[in-house]
Design a protein around this ligand. Structure first.
Ligand code: NDP
Length: 326
C-alpha cells in the first residue's frame, strides 16, 4: 500500500483533493514503476488541484507534473531497479497519474536519469519550473543575447520559474532586473542575484507600441499587458523568452517591436521538450547551481499541505520553489 493525493470531481463540478491509500493494482499503465522521493508544486498543479483551469479531464487523478524517485520495477531496458530517475511534463499529473504519490507508474520514454552532480532533493527544487527557467536562458543565448548587450528583465520574479531564472541569469553574468508585485521580496530577489527590483505596477496597463529601448533580453512568465509592455521596451535585436501566463494568456501588442527593432519573441515549452534538449538543460543546471542557491529558493512541504499551497500558488502568493515530500 502507498499514499497518494487524489483529485475527484463532485456533481457540481468542484474538484476535491484527498489523501488516499492505494496499491500497485490501482496504478495506471506504464512500463516503469518509481518510488517517488519528491514531487514539486508548479503553477499548473495549482490550476489542476483547485479546478481553476480545465487541466484534468479524467477523474480520479493523482496530480503532480513532476517527480524524482527510484525505479522499483521496470520493463524498459534503459532503466533498472534501483536507478534514480526524473520526470517532468508529458501530460503527467494532467492526463496520466502524477508525482504527488509515494509511487508512480509511467512510460520509460518520459524519464531522464537523475542528472549527474544533483541530489534528488536538488533536482526537484529545480523541477519543471527550474527546467523551464533554464530552457528560457538557453533560448535567449541561442538567439545571441549576451551580458555585454545590456540588462535582462525577469517578470513574475518571485515565482518558481522567475526566481530560478533570476538565479541562473545572474550566474551567467547578466545584469538582472526583476519585476515583482510583492516588493517585500526585494531583498530576497537581490540575494538571488537581481541587480534591481522593479514594481509590477510600472508594467501594468496599456502600453505604447514602442517605448524607450532598454532590455537586451527578457524571461516572461506572466503574459498579458506586462509582456506587451516588455516587448515595447526591448532594445534593438533583443529577445524575449515567453513561457507563462500567470497574469493572462492574451498578448495585446503590435508588430512594431518586431519590424522596427528586430525583436524576437521565443516560445518556450518544457512539457514536450525533446530528450537531448532536456538533458542539455539539466546538465547546465547541475553545473550552474550551487548548494547555497537551492536553500535560497526552495522549501519542503508534505501532501496534506498541498491543497492550501495550490490555492496560494494561483493567487501568486508562493515564493520560489516548493518541494512536496510524499
Ligand atoms: P508561480 O506562481 O510560482 O510564479 C508566478 C509569478 O507570477 C508569481 O509568483 C507572481 O510573481 C507573478 N504573478 C502572479 N499573478 C500575477 C498577475 N496576475 N499579474 C502579474 N504577475 C503575476 O508559477 P510558476 O513559476 O510555476 O509558473 C509561472 C508561469 O509559467 C505559469 O503561467 C506556468 O503555467 C508557466 N510555466 C510554463 C511552462 C512551460 O513549459 N511553458 C513550465 C512551467 C511553468 P511576483 O509576486 O514576483 O510578481
Amino acid at each position: 500500500m502507498f499514499k497518494a493525493l487524489q483529485l475527484h470531481q463532485d456533481e457540481a463540478g468542484q474538484t476535491l483533493a484527498q489523501i488516499v491509500e492505494l496499491n500497485n493494482d490501482h496504478l495506471p499503465e506504464g512500463n516503469v514503476t518509481v518510488d517517488v522521493q519528491y514531487s514539486s508544486l508548479n503553477y499548473k498543479d495549482g490550476l489542476a488541484i483547485t479546478g481553476t483551469g480545465k487541466i484534468i479531464r479524467d477523474f480520479p487523478m493523482v496530480p503532480g507534473i513532476d517527480f524524482v524517485g527510484t525505479v522499483s520495477d521496470s520493463e524498459d531496458p534503459r532503466y533498472q531497479v534501483g536507478d534514480q530517475v526524473v520526470l517532468t511534463g508529458w501530460g503527467v499529473g494532467e492526463r496520466h497519474w502524477g508525482g504527488m504519490s509515494q509511487r508512480a507508474r509511467v512510460k520509460g520514454d518520459w524519464l531522464v536519469p537523475l542528472p549527474a552532480g544533483l541530489t534528488p532533493e536538488q533536482t526537484m527544487a529545480i523541477g519543471t519550473a527550474g527546467l523551464t527557467a533554464m530552457l528560457c536562458v538557453q533560448a535567449l543565448e541561442n538567439a545571441g543575447v549576451k551580458p555585454e548587450q545590456g540588462p535582462i528583465l525577469v517578470t513574475g520574479a518571485s515565482g518558481g520559474v522567475g526566481s530560478v531564472a533570476v538565479t541562473l541569469l545572474a550566474k551567467a553574468g547578466f545584469e538582472v532586473h526583476a519585476i515583482t508585485g510583492r516588493e517585500d521580496n526585494a531583498e530576497w530577489l537581490q540575494s538571488l542575484g537581481a541587480h534591481t527590483v522593479l514594481p509590477r505596477s510600472q508594467f501594468e496597463g496599456q502600453s505604447r507600441p514602442l517605448d524607450k529601448a532598454i532590455w537586451a533580453g527578457a524571461v516572461d512568465t506572466v503574459g498579458g499587458d506586462i509582456l506587451a509592455k516588455v516587448l515595447s521596451q526591448m532594445a534593438y535585436d533583443g529577445a524575449v523568452a515567453a513561457c507563462g501566463l500567470a497574469a493572462s494568456f492574451s498578448l495585446p501588442t503590435t508588430v512594431m517591436p518586431f519590424i522596427l527593432r528586430g525583436v524576437k519573441l521565443l516560445g518556450v515549452d518544457s512539457v514536450m521538450c525533446p530528450y537531448e534538449r532536456r538533458m542539455a538543460a539539466w546538465e547546465r543546471l547541475s553545473a550552474d547551481l550551487g548548494d547555497e542557491q537551492f536553500d535560497a529558493f526552495s522549501t519542503v512541504a508534505h501532501l496534506d499541505q498541498v491543497p492550501e499551497l495550490a490555492q496560494q500558488i494561483i493567487k501568486g502568493q508562493v515564493r520560489g520553489r516548493v518541494l512536496i515530500k510524499p
